[in-house]
Design a protein around this ligand. Structure first.
Ligand code: GDP
Length: 332
């Protein structure tokens, strides 16, 4: 018997009159830091995360949702902070044993992490939805925030390279993002539906935060699910982003190269263009202040801030700043 409760997470399971209901659009490592910061400034139950599933993959027959799990482990206080993925204090004995048997081992699955993927795979094979099992996994780890996959249906980010295509994980983990990219597609997105609760969470949020995530391969797949952009366009809530680009480069990872492929400038302007016309405000690094007038012309208010999160204190300070700015905006 392993079916526990139905998802406890509705759009917002409960909220008090004074708390803001905060919705985040999230990828993995960059998002996890900001979300962990938000969770120190507000009750988790008022926080909803719409997570990217374009990176989802299958390893040894197991269904792996790297971005959902990174956010879940971060909110559970279990994330390996140094690596930015997986569980703290993890061991990799199973991985080593699989290598003995000749299995592919370029995707690092930790021993305790396997429990997440085994539980997810069994539930999906039993016909449960990804949203249901995601809520159950998060609940089992004591996470009170609501983590929603963008869709229950498969959407796969495919990286086009000269002469072929790679899944996102083949590109990012196996090839270490070192290959030339000629395009990015979100396979399955056109016919995918937002997971139950996603559109309602956008409609009922007091603040929407676009995490500092890769605009092409983390937030892009979320936006490719029909209905999500329309909901973002029609919300009255402030929509605030944090730039993953600082001083003309990504803080980490391949965002810059992928933005170029999409014809986006590698600057806060490119980030704003990726989220036009619904992004209202963008937190940018002080050294990108020169972009502010052009952002304003594009309808995006720029807020210079310390947006590189290298410590827990940075995460909290940035989260607090976002909540303060949003509260001001709501009060206007
Ligand atoms: P992934 O799925 O693991 O690639 O995770 P995300 O897409 O959430 O995060 C990667 C993106 O976040 C990259 O584009 C980074 O430039 C950005 N990023 C990572 N850490 C930080 C940070 O501390 N501050 C800011 N502003 N961006 C960050």
């Amino acid at each position: 018997m392993h079916g526990v409760a139905a998802p406890r997470c509705g759009p917002f399971a409960s909220t008090s009159a004074t708390d803001m209901r905060v919705l985040t659009l999230a990828g993995g490592t960059g998002a996890a830091k900001l979300i962990r910061g938000l969770a120190t400034c507000m009750p988790q139950r008022d926080l909803t995360v719409i997570g990217n599933t374009g990176d989802d993959t299958e390893v040894w027959g197991l269904r792996v949702s790297p971005d959902l799990d990174t956010v879940m482990y971060a909110l559970a206080g279990m994330l390996d902070v140094e690596r930015g993925w997986g569980l703290a204090g993890e061991t990799f004995n199973c991985l080593a044993a699989m290598a003995t048997h000749g299995a592919d081992t370029w995707f690092n699955l930790g021993d305790r992490d396997l429990a997440t993927h085994l539980t997810r795979t069994r539930a999906l094979d039993d016909g449960q939805s990804l949203a249901t099992v995601t809520a159950r996994l998060a609940g089992n780890l004591g996470v009170a925030a609501c983590i929603l996959p963008m869709s229950d249906e498969p959407v796969r980010t495919m990286i086009r390279i000269p002469g072929g295509r790679l899944t996102f994980q083949e590109y990012f983990v196996r090839e270490k993002a070192l290959v030339e990219v000629v395009g990015v597609d979100y396979e399955g997105a056109a016919t995918a539906r937002p997971a139950p609760g996603v559109i309602e969470a956008i409609r009922t949020a007091d603040v929407i935060v676009v995490c500092p995530s890769n605009p092409v391969t983390s937030v892009g797949p979320i936006l490719a699910v029909p209905g999500i952009v329309e909901a973002l366009r029609s919300t009255a809530a402030p929509v605030v982003g944090v730039s993953p680009i600082v001083g003309g480069a990504a803080v980490s990872g391949p965002a810059a190269a992928l933005m170029r492929v999409r014809g986006l400038a590698v600057s806060p302007l490119g980030v704003a263009a990726a989220y036009a016309p619904w992004l209202r405000r963008l937190l940018i690094d002080e050294r990108d202040q020169a972009c502010a007038p052009e952002l304003a012309r594009a309808g995006v208010e720029a807020d210079p801030a310390d947006i590189i999160m290298t410590t827990r204190a940075h995460e909290t300070a940035l989260a607090r700043r976002i909540l303060e700015l949003s509260a001001e905006r709501r009060a206007r």
